[in-house]
Ligand binder design. Structure first.
Ligand SMILES: Nc1ncnc2c1ncn2[C@@H]1O[C@H](COP(=O)(O)OP(=O)(O)OP(=O)(O)O)[C@@H](O)[C@H]1O
Ligand SMILES: [Mg+2]
Length: 457
């Protein structure tokens, strides 16, 4: 049982929510204004969760959220924002201030139950700092690499990185292209006890197969035709530090076997020699491929996968952590602007456009986009027109909405567009209707109605 505070001036809604929460076994406190809530929070021990309405008679919900985040005893309490009218602005606003969730009224009993489960199953408070504390705009300490992000998903990755940095365990990093796998590997190295040792990155996809072995293990004089002199392999170079094996899924089968042996024995024998060197390395591997599928297909060794996959770190694609989009964009924009001595900012509609984009190239694409905007946008304020180069990816508008959209009678065209957008939102939400409705900015009820009228159930 937890103590939960509900702050909402709509008596009927508040009572209903309080009833649901107490049916689920929790103790409920109710406040109908910001003042009443603040009084209650001063007098009673901090609740374990707060439901907060966007519109209160005396104070805007976001302003109250900001106050709660500034209060040391309350900043770790998860806050669920409630709104009757979801817009991308208030969604972004709430998420940027560190809200745990952003719910659209009316809220179903099942949604509440699963939300509470998510909140209380986290072994640490889900919101520990407000995003503004994350020194996004400030220069990073000592030039350290930073994996920036404020979304719950990325905060989870940051926590996992912190935990892994305390050990020497082998780490496997997965994620789509541009999600920050190399950044994560560097952060891991720089936060580990090996940070004064070398960080050696080998891109297994970029090195021709026949050269990979000598690249990794080195070779003696005349080991093969063209092998002038000797060469120290990358494993030995990484001694005392971290070896980053990038694109490990692209390693040819023969090399996989040799690598496995070297990792098991922590010993390296350069090609064409019988000298063996013992190495002290921490191994981090990364891939955008599905190694499990490759194991099933017989193209990746299962024993090597076991060896590498001691700690698994997955970087979710940017479209699954929309709370990161605007803060990252602001960061990259400021960075790009700084080098040309400018100060730039994103207009509200530009922010909205960025959040809508699917970012198939993930953070790399976002960074490139901000560099482009910085060199092209005329004013300090980035407008939606400055972002006109962002096209719907993979499915360009025409494919998405079908051919000849512009030739159709308006009602039919609208219906087709609605259908395409709803299907896409459902795909992005993995079939979760509440989530899809949120992405579309409509209530769940209207999503259900549209699904029925479009025959999509
Ligand atoms: N969370 C983040 N914070 C700051 N910068 C990031 C973040 N994620 C990615 N970047 C930046 O985005 C770019 C791509 O990141 P990175 O090279 O780590 O991606 P990757 O997952 O290794 O991609 P690929 O699979 O294509 O090699 C880099 O410029 C990196 O600095
Ligand atoms: Mg990479």
């Amino acid at each position: 049982m937890a103590t939960i505070l509900v702050i909402d001036d709509d008596d009927a809604f508040r009572d209903g929510l309080a009833q649901t929460l107490s049916d689920l076994g929790h103790r409920v406190l109710e406040a109908s204004s910001a003042q009443a809530a603040l009084r209650m929070l001063r007098e009673a021990p901090a609740p374990e969760c707060i439901f907060l309405d966007f519109r209160l008679p005396d104070l805007d919900g976001l302003a109250l959220l900001t106050q709660l985040r500034d209060e040391p005893s309350l900043k770790a309490v998860p806050v669920v924002m409630l709104t009757a009218y979801a817009t991308s602005d208030n969604t972004i606003g709430a998420m940027r201030l560190g809200a745990f969730e952003h719910l659209i009224k009316p809220v179903g009993r099942k949604d509440i139950a699963s939300l509470l489960q998510r909140i209380f199953s986290a072994n640490e408070p889900p919101v520990a700092t407000r995003p503004a504390d994350m020194s996004f705009a400030e220069a990073p300490a000592r030039n350290r690499t930073q994996l920036l992000g404020i979304s719950a998903a990325l905060r989870e990755v940051q926590k996992q990185l912190g935990r892994a940095a305390m050990t020497d365990a082998t780490v496997l990093i997965t994620g789509e292209t541009g999600t920050g796998k190399e950044v994560a590997a560097r952060v891991l190295h720089e936060s580990s006890s090996r940070h004064e040792g070398p960080f050696v990155a080998v891109n297994c996809a970029a090195i021709p197969h026949e050269l990979l072995e000598s690249e990794l293990f080195g070779h003696g004089k005349g080991a093969f035709t063209g092998a002038a002199g000797e060469r120290i392999g990358r494993l030995v170079e990484a001694d005392g530090g971290t070896l980053f094996l990038d694109e490990i899924g692209d390693m040819p089968a023969a090399m996989q076997a040799k690598l496995l042996r070297a990792l098991q024995e922590r010993q390296v024998t350069p090609l064409g020699t019988n000298r063996t060197t013992t190495v002290d390395i921490r191994v981090v591997a990364a891939t955008h491929r599905d190694l499990d599928a490759m194991v099933s297909a017989g193209t990746f060794r299962q024993d090597l996968l076991y060896r590498l996959n001691v700690v698994l770190l997955h970087l979710p694609p940017l479209r699954e952590r929309i709370a990161d989009i605007v803060p990252l964009a602001e960061h990259f924009l400021a960075q790009a602007a700084q080098s040309s001595g400018r100060k730039m900012y994103l207009s509200a509609e530009a922010q909205r456009r960025l959040v809508e984009h699917l970012w198939p190239g993930n953070v790399r694409e976002l960074k490139n986009a901000m560099e482009r905007v910085c060199s092209l946008a005329p004013g300090p304020g980035v407008t939606i027109d400055d972002l006109s180069f962002l096209r719907p990816p993979a499915a360009p508008a025409q494919d998405l909405f079908g051919p000849g959209l512009l030739e159709l009678p308006l009602p039919l065209a609208i219906e087709r567009m609605e259908r395409a957008m709803i299907v896409r939102a459902l795909e992005m939400a993995n079939g979760n209707r509440a989530d899809a409705a949120r992405r579309l900015g409509i209530s769940r009820q209207s999503l259900y109605a549209k699904l029925a009228s479009l025959g999509l159930d």
